[in-house]
Every structure is written in C-alpha cells, then in structure tokens.
Ligand binder design. Structure first.
Ligand SMILES: NC(=O)c1ccc[n+]([C@@H]2O[C@H](COP(=O)([O-])OP(=O)(O)OC[C@H]3O[C@@H](n4cnc5c(N)ncnc54)[C@H](OP(=O)(O)O)[C@@H]3O)[C@@H](O)[C@H]2O)c1
Length: 316
C-alpha cells in the first residue's frame, strides 16, 4: 500500500505492507483522512507513537470501507463505510483499527468530509456534552475558534442552542468565522474579551490563555482545557478559580483507555449521526489534497492559515 512516511522530519509517500489485524480489529481501505495538530508534532519528532502503533506513519483519523473484520468483531462487516480514530497510521491506504474506535459513516455524508469528522467532533461532543453537560442557552467561548476542533465545538454548541463567542489571533479569520456560526468572533486581546461571560470556555491553546479563561468564565462556569499549543506550564491566580467556583477540567481523547474511548465514540454517534446526515452539522473543510501532495497539506496546517479541517484524499 501507499503510506505517508516520516523520514528525518520530512514526509514521503512510500510502499508498505498492508497491516494485519487482530481479533477485535477491522482492516479499513482509507478514502480520506483529516490532519490534526499532533500530526505536526509527530513529524517534528515530539510526539512518539504508543506501543503497537507505527511511529513513522502519521494520521489520527480516517474514513473508508471495511475490507476485513477480525473474528471477535461484532458490528461492522466488509463493505461497511466507517470513520474512526487511531493513535497513528491513518495517513495510509489501509489501517488496522479496533472496531470500538469506529462509527458508521452517516448516510449521505461525503467520504472526504467523514474523514475529517471523528478527531474534532468526538472530542468536542465528549467535552461539551458528556463532561460539561452543555445546556440550551449556555454561553460558550472557544479559543483558536477557526481550528478544525474549534469549529467543531462551535457547531456542537450551536446544535445545542448555545450562544458562541470565539477567539483567533488573525483579523482575516475573524471575518471568516462570521459566516461559520460564531455569534461573536473576536480577535484575541485580553482587554477586549467579555468578562464573567462564558458558562463554558473551550481552551484549545493553554499556556497564558488559562489566566484569560479565569476572567472570561462566568461564576460557576467550566473551563475545558483541551490543548496546549500555547504552552504546558503557566501561573494562574487560584483565588480567581476558587472565588468564582469554576470547574477546570482537562480532556484529551488520545491515550484514553479503549472502553472510555469507545463510550465517547458511541455517544457521538447517538447524538450527532443524525445531524451530520441531515445537514444540521456541516463540518468545515479548509482544503483537500491527494496523498502525493501531503507535504503541502502539512505546510498549510503548520502555517496557521487554515480555517477548518485539512484533509488528505487517498482514493485518487
Ligand atoms: N482534547 C482533545 O480531545 C483534542 C482533540 C482534538 C484536538 N485537540 C487540540 O486542539 C488544538 C487544535 O487542534 P486542531 O487540529 O483543531 O488545530 P488546527 O486546525 O491545526 O488549528 C490550530 C489553530 O490554532 C491557533 N494556534 C496555533 N498555535 C497557537 C498558539 N501558540 N497560540 C494561540 N493559538 C495558536 C492557530 O489559529 P489562529 O492563528 O487563528 O489563532 C491555528 O490555525 C490542538 O491543541 C489539539 O491538540 C484536542
């Protein structure tokens, strides 16, 4: 098979053997696969793959057709269209993946779009709905709102009847976000953000943004720390956290024990498959690239210019 391969921090398309599957796994012929920030870190050598996952083939999400199913699988069969989450190896023509990491592709959803859904929508649904118990009419603030994950959080929040504000560092992206469901797109500037406003802050940046989150959150609100692009260590005023009665919750999909991840995928499917099928949710695709142009796709993500998801097509 053709597989995107990391060679000395550079990307090449290489020939690799098709992976073999164990009893609980599916072999999926990948048609499309989204890029995610951690893919950039893996290429740069800063995000080693967990044991059992090919360390030199990136790719954390995919959509494709099942071509073989292990003896212990219960649901999917060859010919089914699935989308799912991996810890690596998704940017290749075939991926071996535990069945419980997969959801059915909603009827009518284009495969190019489906390949960019699980990483952002399972994460956003799990954090906002399952963990923070999002309520109709809540106010949600999303940092790095134009990212693939940020816009998924926006769509989930809008689906649940929330008012959404979001920050970006780019004036151009403020304009782009106006048409993408963000009620209050804001250029990041601590002084101009609403104070005591958000019932839920979705923080994909971390670092110094955490101190800002303490200002933006309404008393009794939630801060969902989902990313650390801005740094992993930061001083915060603990009196603000305690005095406002805030809940600070860290959340990540990667590295979660399989039963917990399977529950998150099942909850996503229960609540979001319908809205993805009937168009109430419309994942935002920034650009698609054939596998052979994967380096350009990675460059686009790295440039911070993309709005929404960058996707590789593997069926060209
Ligand atoms: N916890 C989870 O389960 C989960 C799941 C998926 C993703 N994530 C996290 O969500 C984050 C976004 O991932 P993604 O793949 O959606 O991103 P993406 O589409 O690549 O977009 C990232 C955007 O973040 C902004 N950004 C980058 N570096 C920044 C920095 N140092 N400070 C502030 N803003 C910065 C840039 O937008 P502007 O230039 O417009 O500001 C950039 O375009 C990552 O941290 C990722 O690990 C977490």
């Amino acid at each position: 098979m053709r597989a995107l391969t990391i060679r000395g921090h550079r990307l090449e398309v290489d020939e690799r053997p098709v992976p073999s599957i164990s009893g609980d796994e599916l072999l999926v012929h990948v048609q499309a696969a989204g890029l995610n920030r951690p893919d950039l870190w893996r290429v740069a050598g800063g995000d080693p793959a967990p044991p059992g996952v090919p360390g030199d083939v990136p790719g954390l999400e995919f959509a494709g057709e099942v071509v073989a199913a292990g003896s212990e699988t219960r649901r999917f069969r060859p010919g089914n269209l699935v989308m799912g989450l991996t810890e690596g190896g998704g940017h290749a023509e075939y991926v071996a993946v535990a069945e419980d990491r997969c959801a059915a592709v909603p009827r009518g959803l284009e495969m190019t779009v489906a390949g960019a859904v699980p990483g952002s929508f399972v994460a956003a649904h799990d954090a906002l709905v399952t963990q923070a118990g999002l309520r109709r009419g809540s106010r949600v603030m999303v940092h790095a709102v134009a990212s693939g994950t940020g816009l998924a959080a926006v769509q989930v929040a809008k689906l649940y009847g929330c008012e959404v504000a979001g920050t970006t560092r780019s004036p151009e992206k403020v304009e782009s976000c106006r048409g993408l469901g963000v009620d209050r797109p804001l250029q990041m500037s601590r002084d101009e953000l609403p104070r005591d406003w958000a019932d839920v802050v979705v923080d994909l940046v971390g670092g110094q943004y955490l101190a800002i989150d303490l200002d933006v959150a309404a008393p009794g609100g939630w801060i969902l720390l989902m990313g650390t692009m801005g740094g992993t260590v930061t001083p915060i005023d603990l009196r603000r956290l305690a005095g406002k009665g805030l809940t600070l919750r860290g959340s990540t999909l990667r590295g979660r024990p399989l039963p917990e991840l399977a529950a998150a995928v099942a909850a996503f499917e229960r609540d979001l498959a319908g809205p993805l099928a009937d168009g109430r949710l419309r994942p935002v695709i920034a650009a698609t690239f054939p596998l052979e142009e994967a380096a350009a796709a990675y460059d686009l993500l790295r440039s911070n210019r993309s709005v929404g998801k960058v996707v590789l097509r593997l069926d060209t």
